[in-house]
Design a protein around this ligand. Structure first.
Ligand code: ARG
Length: 468
């Protein structure tokens, strides 16, 4: 009798467990479209090279088309005992067209088949994610355009540092996202080689044409080494790295939404569509979507780490360990897609509380650097000395409980006799941000120029043909 606490599942004996651990159909069924695409390309090539007959190829292609329609319509029964998507489809093909189905697997193995399917899947996903990144960039650029003049505190150490414009702050994330976009596009270029025809690991004695299948599947060229072809998963690792870095950027923005939308800051108002209430505290308005974007970076980074660890000890060529590449990758890329969509929604619908931001920007002696710079520029002090004089004035203002601009000229001149009343002009936050016109600086004019440049660049990227 089996153990009463844990033996229930042992009814079918150990073979059932073997089947459970071995089967991937539960998750790799999502590769069905790529699997059928790959099989159709392989089949056409086999016929062109007279490895199978034209009639057999026609029957196989017809059957595969029917299977595709069945799966898309939800009429296909996936069977665990058939292990994976490749054998589920091949078994159904045999039901539909008989023994001819068995010719499809000539000159290939599931090892090159799964490598091909997975590359196609990751490539399709990169194409989708990269468009989503551009869409989020558009949202942020539009917000930045509206808020080129909106003043907020800029922080270092989350301590008020210098006033900045909200537009400039948003464009910092546009920069990050543009690099994320570039990383995905780079990963796509290296990924885009055809492993099909590597067969189990050594290639094949059949006169196949791997250039033909590469072209049919939109790959730039065939992979060069059959052993590498079936055992490489760095295309997935590289894509997951790009995803993990992108998720980290989204998480930082999410963190700022959480902090800035809290009543203690009061900088951001989140719309109802992206907030939730509390079941017990009626006054609450929680930034759940932002918190979940912040949290989902965990599973995305986890998927990268997980697959790194799966791969790091594997000898050449294929090992079944590699079947573990899929769930984490699917989950991470799905999650990133959801995070990009949620972030675009949140940032499109949020409204900044410009009064609260402006007021906070003026607090905390945020124009102290402007005062020091004025002393250098107008009074000829070395910067270090100017820093010291400014420090003394900050201490004096702090003692009196006033802002720098509220100190009298007398008090200023006590710290340094060379100060004139021209200094007051630089102590306003408006003048502070307007003066930051250095390349990449926060001035409203800079923001407007950057926004215009981004509009142009995004139009180019959006209309770009997917690179081969
Ligand atoms: N389901 C397998 C995977 O995802 C397909 C390849 C199986 N190859 C093998 N030699 N058992 O990796």
């Amino acid at each position: 009798m089996s153990n009463r606490m844990w033996g229930g599942r042992f009814g079918g004996g150990p073979d059932d467990i073997m089947e459970e651990i071995n089967a991937s159909i539960g998750f790799d069924q999502r590769l069905f479209a790529q699997d059928i695409r790959g099989s159709m390309a392989h089949c056409a090539m086999l016929a062109d090279k007279a490895i199978i007959s034209k009639d057999d190829a026609a029957a196989i292609t017809d059957g595969l088309g029917k299977i595709l329609a069945e799966i898309e319509a939800g009429d296909f029964t996936f069977t665990r005992s058939l292990e994976d998507i490749h054998m589920n489809i091949e078994a159904r093909l045999a039901e539909l067209i008989g023994a001819t189905a068995g010719r499809l697997h000539t000159a290939r193995s599931r090892n090159d088949q799964v490598a091909t399917d997975f590359r196609l899947y990751v490539r399709d996903t990169i194409d989708h994610l990269s468009q989503q990144i551009l869409a989020l960039m558009r949202v942020l650029v539009a917000k930045a355009e509206q808020h080129a003049d909106t003043i907020m505190p800029g922080f270092t150490h989350l301590q008020p540092a210098q006033p900045v414009t909200f537009g400039h702050h948003l464009l910092a994330y546009v920069e990050m996202l543009s690099r994320d976009y570039g990383r995905f596009i780079d990963a796509r270029k290296r990924l885009n080689e055809n492993p099909l025809g590597a067969a189990a690991l050594a290639g094949t004695s059949f006169p196949i044409d791997r250039h033909q299948t590469a072209a049919a599947l939109g790959f730039a060229r065939p992979t060069r080494n059959s052993m590498d072809s079936v055992s490489a998963r760095d295309f997935a690792l590289e894509t997951l790295s790009a995803a993990a870095i992108c998720a980290t950027h989204l998480s930082r923005l999410a963190e700022e939404i959480v902090v800035f939308a809290s009543p203690n800051f009061g900088f951001f108002n989140l719309p109802d569509a992206y907030s939730t209430g509390s079941s017990i505290m009626p006054q609450k308005r929680n930034p759940d979507a932002a918190e979940l974007v912040r949290a989902k970076s965990g599973r995305i980074i986890g998927a990268l780490t997980g697959l790194m660890i799966v791969m790091k000890g594997l000898p050449l060529a294929y090992s079944k360990d590699m079947q573990e590449d899929k769930e984490g990758t699917f989950n991470a890329l799905d999650s990133l897609s959801l995070c990009l969509a949620a972030m675009a929604g949140m940032m499109e619908t949020m409204t900044p509380n410009t009064d609260a931001m402006r007021a906070a920007a003026g607090r905390g002696f945020s124009t102290a650097t402007d005062l020091a710079d004025w002393l250098v520029r107008e009074a000829g002090l070395p910067f270090r000395e100017a820093h010291h004089v400014t420090g003394a004035l900050v201490a004096e203002a702090e003692k009196q409980g006033v802002e720098l601009a509220e100190l009298s000229l007398d008090e200023m001149q006590k710290a340094d006799a060379r100060i004139t009343d021209g200094v007051y002009a630089v102590l306003s936050v408006e003048n502070s941000v307007a003066s930051r016109t250095s390349h990449g600086g926060t001035a409203p004019d800079n923001v407007r120029a950057a926004v215009a440049a981004w509009h142009q660049e995004l139009s180019v990227l959006e209309n770009q043909e997917t690179p081969a």
